[in-house]
Design a protein around this ligand. Structure first.
Ligand code: C2E
Ligand code: MG
Ligand code: MG
Ligand code: MG
Length: 285
């Protein structure tokens, strides 16, 4: 039952695909309350240049600080948010918070810092998607050139004509476009040189396959080579080990994200990493 605590309730949230209608309604009510009570949190995971060890970007990842169950991860509540259309409100909150936090850091001297945000297919498919997004970004005076949106290949293949128009419009404002989980969707490669794409994010599953003497790494080689050929930026996801980092470095893939450099963390901790004290941030923000 939804009120149960501990391991089972965690499992319940994780298996949202198989929950019955009553529980679904409870979870939906909880999520609605979470929005009202402001229980959503935005954590940031550093994207680091392995040449300089500098943080070049931050990916915003949503968390739910549940009053009884503790910190919940996207897989526990995003599917339901998408089914119930609460995803619109959720996304709005995440972008607001992220523009506020990262906007402050950009103004306090990290002028090139990139903010990466994940978008749901439902959001992108909305007819007024570009308008809504840009209004929000401008309301925060967030520099559009510092924003990178992450979409998946499946979103692109869904309706190539529509998406192409929207991405062009966004790109004209200076917004950057990244393909998340690259290589795992059902897509053709044809869109890569037809759409205004800036970045490919190598999926973690390919990075995991990097082991010395193993040919699991050949997909990473191919993706990096293709990105270089197409003059796209490349970010490797899920980098956990020194070995993976070194291998990526040898391929010329220098932007990495993963537990090797650290997981997603709350804004206050990220500010410390960036060397921004609260006082300093306040005086600049
Ligand atoms: P993603 O965009 O591919 O994000 C990467 C996921 O991998 C994150 O999980 C991150 O915490 C995790 N990760 C990072 N480094 C490592 C590593 O070294 N090893 C391992 N094993 N995992 C690592 P998270 O935060 O649970 O997010 C899962 C997915 O939920 C994201 O995948 C993204 O698709 C979605 N998501 C997260 N936040 C949002 C949001 O605000 N809006 C939307 N629409 N989707 C979101
Ligand atoms: Mg992502
Ligand atoms: Mg990914
Ligand atoms: Mg993913």
């Amino acid at each position: 039952h939804v009120k149960a605590k501990g391991k089972d309730s965690y499992r319940f949230y994780s298996e949202s695909m198989s929950i019955d209608t009553a529980n679904r309604l409870n979870l939906e009510r909880d999520l609605r309350q979470a929005l009202e009570r402001d229980e959503l949190r935005v954590f940031y995971q550093p994207q680091v240049c392995s040449k300089t060890n500098r943080v070049v970007g931050l990916e915003a990842l949503v968390r739910w600080q549940h009053p009884e169950r503790g910190l919940l991860y996207p897989r526990d509540f995003l599917p339901l948010a998408e089914e119930t259309k609460l995803i619109g409100q959720l996304s709005e909150r995440v972008l607001d918070q992220a523009c506020q936090d990262v906007g402050r850091w950009i103004r306090s001297g990290h002028s090139d810092l990139r903010l990466a945000v994940n978008l749901s297919p439902i959001q992108v498919e909305h007819p007024r998607f570009v308008e809504t997004l840009m209004q929000q970004v401008e309301a925060h005076k967030f520099p559009a050139g510092n924003l990178e949106i992450e979409i998946t290949e499946n979103v692109i293949m869904n309706d190539l004509e529509q998406i192409s128009q929207k991405l062009r419009e966004l790109a004209s404002f200076g917004v950057r476009i990244a393909i998340d989980d690259f290589g795992t969707g059902y897509s053709s490669l044809n869109y890569l040189h037809r759409l205004p794409i800036h970045t490919l994010k190598v999926d973690q599953s390919f990075v995991k396959a990097i082991r010395s003497g193993d040919d699991g790494a050949c997909i990473v080689n191919a993706i990096v080579a293709m990105a270089h050929g197409l003059k796209l930026e490349i970010v490797a996801e899920g980098v956990e080990t020194d070995e993976q980092l070194e291998y990526l470095r040898s391929l010329g893939c220098h932007q990495v994200q993963g537990f090797f450099y650290g997981p997603a963390r709350p804004a206050a901790e990220i500010a410390k990493t960036l060397g921004i004290t609260r006082a300093r941030a306040a005086s600049f923000g």
